[in-house]
Design a protein around this ligand. Sequence first.
Ligand SMILES: [Zn+2]
Length: 503
Amino acid sequence: MSTYRTSRRGTRVALAAAITATAALIGPVSHATPSTTASTTPPATASGSPSPGAAGLGDPLFPLDGNGGYKVTRHVLDFDWKAPGTAFPATATIKARATQSLSSFHLDFAGNTLRKVLVNGATARTERDGDELVVTPAKPLPEGSRFTVEVAYTADPTQIRHRDDAIEDYGWIPTPDGTVLYPQPNGAKMIFPANDHPSQRAPITFRITTPPGLSAAANGKLVDRAEQPDGRIRWTYDTEQPVAAQLAQLAIGKFTFVDSVGPRGLPIRDVVPDALVEPTAAYRELTAGHIAWLEQRLGPYPFKRYGVLVGDTDLGVALETQTLSLVPKADLLGTRVDAERNLVHELTHQWLGDDLAIRTWSDLWLSEGHARFYERLYSQEHGGDSFEAAMRTAYENHDLWRRDFGAPAEPTEPNLFKRMRYDGSALVFYALREQVGDAAFRKIEKAWATEYRGRTVGTADYIALASRIAGQDLEGFLRPWLYGAKTPPMPGHPDWVVTPVQG
Ligand SMILES: [Zn+2]
C-alpha cells in the first residue's frame, strides 16, 4: 500500500492520531514459530474426536483473523454483479482440507446477507458472531478429509469500512460505473467468506457476470469471456498462483485492456477506464523499465503476468493487489517523479508482500519498509529527491515515531499503516546497508527475494538470512532498530541526531 500522495483527510487524521496516540505496545513477536501454520490452532485431540476449529490464528494485532482447523485449497467466487452500490447474488465455493477432526469451523465474513451454507452438499447450521461465520456441518469432518463449502449470500457493496490510519476506506469501493476492491488489511471478509489473514493463501477462480458494455478484471489470467443468453457477459479469471485475501482484486467498469510486454516476454495488461487511457499512457508505459530495474535487485519477477489497474476513485491510496496493482488516477495524472514512486512501490510489493507473504501483521515493516526503500532508491536515480536526506529526516523523527506508532516491528492495531512502517522501516534497511556495505546488502536482498519465493516470512527469517549472507551475526545490530523505544546510532553518520522525546 502506498499513500505517498496524502489526501487532505489523510493529513488531518494523521495529525489527530499523532497527538492522541497511545503507547500500548505489544511485546515483541515470537521468534519461535518457523512453520507457516498458526501457533494457536488447537491440535487434534489424541482420539481424533471432533472439536471446533479455532476462531482465529492469534495474530498479535488481529487475533480473530484467519481460521484454524483447515487449509483452503481454492476459492471459486460467483458474482452476478448489477450496478454500483447495488446488492447482487453471490456464491463462494471453498475447497478445503481438514487439519483436525472438525465438529465446526469458522470463516471470516462481514456485512452481506447470508442465505444458505452447504458443506459437502448438505445444509449446515450457521451462526454469525461479529465478523465470524461459524459453520456446523451436518456430519463432523474427519482430520485429513477434503470438503467443499458453498456459501450463498446477497453481496452488499455498500459495506465500506474506515481506518484512521493511511488506509482510509476499504472493502468494496464504488467507481462512477463500477467498482474496485481495497481489501487491505482485512476487508476481504466483506467481499467473500475468507481466511482473511496475510499468511493464508489459496488460488481464486472469479466468475463475474456484468451488464453489457462493462468489463470485469481480476487477479491473474482471463480464461473465458462468454456472452449469456440475456446479453450479460460472464468473465472468468484464475489467479494461477495462490493469493492472500487482502491481495484479491476485482474491478468492474468501462475498461480498455492495454497489452504490452515486459522483460523476457512477461505479459503486461493494464486495465484502464476508457477516458483515462491516453492521459495515463506515458507513465504506464514505464512499467517494463521498472520491472527490469527491480529484477536487477530482487531477481526474476515472481508471477506470470502484471498490470496496472487505474482506479477511477478519489481515494489517495494505491494497493499491491497481486499481479494487478491498483493505482488511483490522480497518481498517474501528476508529475512523473510522483507517478514513478507509486508505481515502483506497488511493483516492489509483488516480490515483497505478495510473493513473500508476511506471517503476522507485526511483520508488515518487511513489506512496506522494502517497498518504500526501493521506491525512494529508484526515485533518487531518476530525478527524484535525495534518498539520504529522506532517511536523515526519518532518523531524526524515529524516537517520536517509536513512541506514537511503535517501533518498526512493534505496530499496534490503530498505528499499523503509519509512517513508521514506511520511511521508519525503510530506515532499517538503510541502516543495514550502511553497516554491511552496498555489495553485501544487495546480496542479502536478492537472496531474501529468491530463497523465500512463494513462502511466508517473518522478522526472524530476515535477521537470520541477513546474518548468513553477510557472514556476521546481525541479531545484535538489527533488534534495537526493530524493537524498543530508543533509536540506535546510524552507522557512517555520527552527525545524525535523533530528536529527543519528552516523557
Ligand atoms: Zn505499500
